[in-house]
Design a protein around this ligand. Structure first.
Ligand code: ZN
Length: 174
């Protein structure tokens, strides 16, 4: 495994559409392992392949199993769930939306207020090509929407109602 460089704006790769993955080969496995390591090292709660300069439809997300754990002081030691999704697609969205602050590893130093669906269903494949369906809500659903946007060349700043430069970035970066 290796840490890859996270590309940042205005790198034009971040604006291109990622290709569908058709070969679940060793190269893909290495990419996924590297993405997980890079996300953890950043640290971030999600990463899309275009953020490491690879235009393929792959995302990784790692977040608390119980979302409320994020608020706890001992959060570091509480269980997290790692998601690896290849060719993810949002197939259902809630009518309810939530507006909350977001950041991005590819746009360092900025935050924005972004409206997202409160809950979504994501279909895709696991790292071996088997089909998976995930029903996600709240912050995990937000992270997935942010990462899937990256696969379409969309950045949170395109959707944000308000963008600012916080003195200290405390929010999760994706
Ligand atoms: Zn991002």
């Amino acid at each position: 495994m290796a840490i890859r460089e996270i590309i940042t704006v205005p790198n034009p790769v971040l604006r291109r559409k990622a290709q569908k993955v058709t070969r679940f080969d060793d190269k893909l496995q290495t990419l996924i392992d590297d993405m997980v390591e890079t996300m953890r090292q950043a640290p971030g709660v999600g990463l899309a392949a275009p953020q490491v300069g690879v235009l393929e439809q792959v995302i990784v997300v790692e977040y608390f199993e119980k979302e409320e754990d994020e608020e706890r002081e001992d959060a570091e030691n509480l269980p997290k769930r790692l998601y690896v999704v290849v060719n993810p697609e949002i197939t259902r969205t809630s009518t309810e939306t939530v507006t909350a602050p977001e950041g991005c590893l590819s746009i360092p130093g900025y935050m924005g207020e972004v409206e997202r669906f409160q809950a979504i269903t994501v279909k895709g494949q696991n790292r071996h090509g088997q089909p998976i369906t995930l029903k996600l809500k709240d912050w995990t659903a937000r992270i997935f929407q942010h990462e899937i946007d990256h696969l379409n060349g969309v950045l949170f700043t395109d959707r944000a109602s308000k963008i600012w430069k916080p003195e200290a970035v405390v929010e999760d970066k994706v």
